[in-house]
Design a protein around this ligand. Sequence first.
Ligand code: MTE
Length: 323
Amino acid sequence: MRIRTPKGWELRESAVTPESLYRRRDRRDFLKTLGLGAAGALFLRSAARAADGGFPAAVNGAYPGTGLKVTPYELITHYNNFYEFGLDKADPAVNANKGWQPEPWTVEIGGMVRNPGKWDVEDLIKKFGGIEQRVYRHRCVEAWSMVVPWDGFPLSKLVAFADPQPGAKYLKMTSWMDDKLVAGQQADDGLDGRYVEGLRVDEATHELAFIATGIYGKAIPNQNGAPLRLVTPWKYGFKGIKCIGRIEFTDRAPVNTWQKLARDEYGFYANVNPKVDHPRWSQASERVIGGGLFSGRQSTLMFNGYEQQVASLYQGMDLAKNF
Ligand code: MTE
């Protein structure tokens, strides 16, 4: 019998979705999430087998000391920040579904890499060996939080595939590659039609850094960032760029969208830190979306609860200056 030691960051079983939800998932949606189409049957069968005692192994681990509950699908997909599709939390679920079709989708990988090119997303997912599931905390800089069961692949696989040149230190990621507005997009989003985010290469290759292609075993909805969306659970949600169209490797730290809009308030790192307040509000606690009236607030944890895993990335850095 193979015994699997759970990783420290894995959320424990009681924190994840009722199994029935996974079992009820629509097969077409699931295959779409996997990016495998009909050819995914084999993978599906092995995933189903892995799920037999509960959840696939990737989310079936222990996470000491938390009583977290996964946020309901309806809330994850109807309480969104996606400024290209409107400024209210309810806007993206409406406006991103007015006919915009993010499939098929090509992602361009370029800059300081040995393997540049434009790649079809489904082909990439197949190259990376399919999809895994990760249940992560999701903490917005606006001091609210959720727990999301993502499907996707580790960003490190994409970095290895791109094969960075030795001088490459950062990834610059950009949303959209169309020059024209897509259906539902707001012309006055203030972003010039482009959302930009960045990571250091060592952050991008950390085992927690993830590219989501699904939620709850279904293809990721447009409003959550279809078809490719960054998830770095130890950082504020604004790092989680949606609809990635281009990834460029560079030797200079990219200026991300929120830094460009308000550099005194939002930095490059955006690591969750209860001791470093936003200039206009405290970051010591967070409102739990769906948490109800009485259990609706909780203390914010250093690096959003992933301190043990990621603190070494920032050793010796002044986190108040590098916010
Ligand atoms: N990506 C793009 N392209 N445009 C955006 O406006 N908003 C960011 C991030 N990614 C945003 C984006 C912010 S501020 C947050 S908190 C998260 O997406 C929200 O993700 P969610 O809607 O899936 O919760």
